[in-house]
Design a protein around this ligand. Structure first.
Ligand code: NAP
Length: 300
């Protein structure tokens, strides 16, 4: 039986465990984290078999360790568990940022070739032990960002587990990953948070939020996401996110300028370009059928 330790049994770690169980894999899953109550609840929900709040003890005897904490906690977690890892233990992660996590693994892991960085392109706005569900990764992409040193066998083991959850695998360079997801995931989350916070400020002066409709609710769903997770994404993908925000600021300036000048044709052109792009190039939330691979992304 394969023993897997999941450090951080929240939406991502919990769904991984439930996905493996739903696939019928013969696994013993050890949960680790800070809150005993959450870990007990994870046992009740059938997510984990046992738990340990000592991170080094939680990885003892495990074949695979999944780091599923917020990105900002991963460095300290790796520092703590590394002396307790067996030479053959494979460590993987699910962090939304890859380069900083790889740097930490390189610094702390004695057997760095056993580290397989990964990022599931799946999630919801909910977090914590109650949020996980078995089908989260079905037909969703899972990006692997292995380095030159990464053991091919370790990548194969991690790939098999993610495939069992229903995920479709792709490989990307870590820096390219961080740039792409700064634009396609991190930027939209920033805009949603900022929009809701702006309306909150306006609402303080003169109540208006009770007038919001379905479009506002749809658009801002992701502003209900976990503040700690998103704080860490900003701190650890700072450069790429600032570049994406700067591009957005240029676009916003263009829009403001066109409105200010009452330039109807510029506005119509901008909206038509956006509509055409949305209608033809943006994949539906649950589709991986038409994965658009650029020359730096490999389907595996
Ligand atoms: P989550 O639901 O909040 O779960 C995080 C878990 O980590 C919690 O169970 C928490 O449990 C534990 N934790 C937090 N800080 C810790 C620490 N310092 N030491 C040990 N355990 C700690 O978050 P999530 O959405 O699953 O996200 C987990 C990771 O997946 C993040 O790195 C995120 O970037 C990535 N990710 C998220 C999404 C998404 O949509 N949510 C998508 C793809 C990737 P305790 O409080 O009990 O310690």
């Amino acid at each position: 039986m394969t023993q897997i330790t999941i450090i951080g049994v929240g939406l991502i770690g919990g769904s991984f465990a439930l996905g493996l169980r739903a696939a019928g894999l013969n696994v013993h899953i050890v949960g680790a984290g800070r809150s005993e109550r959450s870990l007990e609840r994870a046992v009740e929900r059938g997510i984990i078999d046992t738990w340990n709040t000592s991170l080094p003890e939680s990885v003892e005897g495990s074949d695979i360790v999944l780091l599923a904490t917020p990105v900002g906690a991963i460095d300290r977690v790796l520092q703590e568990i590394s002396p307790a890892l067996a030479p053959t233990t494979i460590v993987t992660d699910a962090g939304s940022v890859k380069q900083s996590v790889i740097d930490s693994a390189r610094q702390w892991m004695q057997h760095f070739q056993n580290f397989v960085p990964a990022h599931p392109i799946a999630g919801t706005e909910h977090s914590g032990v109650e949020a996980g569900f078995a089908t989260l990764y079905e037909n969703k992409r899972l990006i692997l960002t292995p380095m030159e040193e990464t053991s091919v066998e370790a990548v194969d083991v991690v790939s098999e587990l993610w495939r069992a959850t229903g995920a479709k695998l792709e490989v990307m360079e870590p820096a390219h990953h961080d740039q792409v997801f700064a634009a396609t995931s991190h930027l939209p989350h920033m805009l949603a948070f900022s929009l809701v916070e702006t309306l909150h400020r306006m609402d303080q002066k003169s109540p208006l939020l009770h007038h919001t409709g379905g479009g506002f609710a749809d658009y801002t769903r992701i502003a209900s996401s976990d503040p700690v997770m998103w704080r860490d994404v900003c701190l650890y993908n700072q450069q790429a996110l600032l570049e994406a925000l700067s591009e957005f600021q240029n676009g916003l300036d263009t829009l403001v300028d066109a409105i200010d000048k009452k330039d109807g044709s510029a506005l119509e052109q901008l909206f038509a370009t956006a509509k055409e792009t949305r209608d033809t190039k943006v994949l539906p939330a649950d589709s991986v059928d038409k994965m658009v691979n650029d020359d730096k992304t490999t389907e595996v």
